[in-house]
Ligand binder design. Structure first.
Ligand SMILES: Cc1cc2nc3c(=O)[nH]c(=O)nc-3n(C[C@H](O)[C@H](O)[C@H](O)COP(=O)(O)O)c2cc1C
Length: 361
């Protein structure tokens, strides 16, 4: 016999107590709809703001230990959709799923009652059943007195709660979403209850730093880019790509210069060795400490022989013997690549050759 998981929160019935939080799974109306189709009891939409901004990569960071993810941090901002788009979406979804509560989530400035009240009315009029007040986003935008900036100030948070609780036009229950950036959330919760909050959401993302190296006191997140080297001059194309990405990522010019030379030398070595059967893909990954490059191409692995002792005259004398000269040049290439990069690996997988070059930064 199926169990009845139905429950009621602040007078609103839910078919089950499983509620999607305001986050990427509720980033658009289409996703909210799919959430209900999949059986979620209720959903909090991604936080509405009057001035939506696009997210920039990279918005997630993870800590791994022993190959397992043991920590996750997000740098995601608020909704990229406009409030008007949300109002339309909420109205349409509510019409299709009348028994599935939608919880609006809003954020404005601590000094603008209009921003809070207009977003609250917009969500309510569209059909939202409850309203979360985002007093807690650690990165959107505490530095401008919003999000967790409000949630750490009982005065600001109580004032905003009061505006909404005392506004005759907003009648749906309001739920401040608290921040973990407080030693004890009970204190602010008491203040907000007195100001008229109906319930609480605990808590938002725990603020943290990822990629912080205690030895160098440097902070970094990983960035990645790639291009296919299919132009007439693949070396020049690779150099341009590395210079552009390096500038975007704030990588040291000296390291990018060395990487460009190493990739140029590697492409030449691949061409000379005749192991590359088509255009190569160059993938660059940068995390402040290391620049990792992957040259991936159809063909076989390049064998980079260790450089035997060789004098320059002997190399010139080899000119007479083309094969020996080619072999010596390939050896020289290998030595140059190893000299330019801090680590070099070659391998072959499923008829693709791969050359990995790594540079300390
Ligand atoms: C990528 C990402 C984006 C989020 N965006 C929002 C948001 O726009 N508004 C909000 O109130 N909370 C946001 N959150 C916080 C979540 O709603 C939730 O409170 C937080 O992840 C803690 O719950 P958890 O421990 O289950 O992850 C976001 C979380 C993540 C991971």
């Amino acid at each position: 016999m199926p169990s009845d998981l139905g429950t009621t929160y602040l007078g609103v019935p839910f078919r089950n107590p499983f509620i999607l939080a305001s986050a990427p799974p509720t980033a658009t109306g289409g996703m909210v709809r799919r959430g209900f189709e999949a059986g979620w009891g209720g959903e909090v939409v991604k936080t509405l703001i009057h001035e939506p901004e696009r997210n920039l990569p990279n918005r997630f960071a993870v800590i791994r230990s022993g190959g397992r993810i043991t920590g996750f941090e997000n740098l995601e901002l608020l909704s990229e959709q406009s409030p008007d788009q949300w109002y339309q979406d909420i109205a349409v979804i509510k019409a299709d799923f009348p028994h599935c509560p939608i919880i609006g989530s809003i954020m404005g400035s601590a000094d603008s009652p209009d921003q809070w009240l207009s977003l609250a009315r917009g969500c309510q009029d569209a059909g939202a059943d409850l309203l979360e007040l985002n007093f807690s986003c650690p990165h959107g935008y505490p530095e401008r007195g919003r999000g967790a900036g409000i949630g750490q100030s009982p005065d600001y948070a109580a004032r905003i709660t009061g505006w909404l609780a005392n506004c005759k036009d907003t009648t749906i229950p309001i739920i401040p979403k608290l921040t973990s950036a407080m030693a004890d959330i009970r204190h602010i919760a008491e203040e907000l209850a007195l100001a008229g909050a109906h319930g609480f959401c605990a808590i938002n993302t725990i603020p943290s730093f990822f990629g912080f190296d205690l030895h160098t006191l440097r902070l970094g997140v990983s960035q990645q880019g790639e291009c296919v080297l299919d132009g007439a001059g693949p070396q020049a194309q690779a150099t341009r790509f590395l210079e552009d990405r390096g500038a975007d990522w704030g990588a040291r010019r000296e390291v990018i210069g060395r990487a460009g030379l190493a990739v140029g030398e590697a492409l030449e070595a691949l061409r000379t060795a005749g192991v590359m059967a088509g255009p190569a893909r160059l993938v660059a990954r940068f995390d402040e400490y290391t620049l990792n490059l992957l040259i991936d191409y159809p063909g076989q692995a390049l064998h980079l022989a260790a450089m035997p002792a060789m004098d320059a005259q002997a190399l010139l004398d080899l000119d007479q013997d083309e094969e020996a000269f080619e072999a010596a040049m390939a050896t020289l290439s290998g030595a140059l690549i190893r000299h330019l990069a801090d680590r070099v690996e070659t391998q072959e997988q499923l008829n693709r050759g791969q050359l990995r070059l790594s540079f300390n930064h």
